[in-house]
Ligand binder design. Structure first.
Ligand SMILES: [Ca+2]
Ligand SMILES: [Ca+2]
Length: 174
């Protein structure tokens, strides 16, 4: 192999390493800026419920800016865990919707809510599947029952940050 090819390969190798390192640092940097707001309540997930009320879309963006997503319930135990953050009877935005296909409720990670592991609806819900009554965004009651609501309703919400240890060579960063 000629020296020139070796140099090119070395540059490609170094660049790929440094950009990988940078994106890892960016991600950890964002999380570290906000991690003090979050509490580890279930598995490798940390949660935060801000006091502000926002639309479902604003809440989604708010969580994303903190390297999180609107909470996805993966089991009844996960609701029991986040119930600790709920202080009053109300509806709270969480991470599911049927914006893509009417009546097919999926999480913000695109799993059906059944696949995700939690589909306990409030009595009479989902109610917004008729064309004239559009309720496409997911909320949960203080008792852990799901409801579909207008996405522009302003509600409190729960952000979830899930650790992905495999992305960091099985090293946890707490
Ligand atoms: Ca979850
Ligand atoms: Ca509803």
């Amino acid at each position: 192999m000629s020296t020139r090819i070796l140099i090119i390969l070395a540059i490609i190798y170094l660049n790929s390493g440094s950009s990988k390192q940078n994106s890892m640092n960016d991600e950890l940097g964002t999380w570290h800026k906000f991690s003090h707001l979050y509490t580890r309540l279930y598995g490798n997930s940390f949660y935060y419920m801000p006091n502000d009320k926002m639309t479902w879309f604003e809440a989604s963006q708010f969580c994303a800016r903190q390297d999180s997503h609107l909470a996805i319930l993966n089991s009844p135990d996960e609701f029991k865990a986040i119930e600790k953050l709920i202080t009053r009877a109300d509806f709270y935005h969480i991470g599911f919707h049927d914006l893509f296909s009417e009546g097919n409720f999926v999480t913000v990670n695109c799993q059906t809510i059944k696949q995700a592991g939690y589909d306990k609806w409030l009595k009479g819900e989902p109610s917004g599947t008729a064309a004239k009554k559009k309720e496409d965004c997911g909320t949960i009651t203080e008792n852990g029952l799901l409801n579909d609501e207008h996405c522009f309703n302003k509600r409190q919400f729960v952000c979830e940050h899930e650790f992905r240890p495999t992305a960091y060579n099985n090293t946890y960063f707490f």
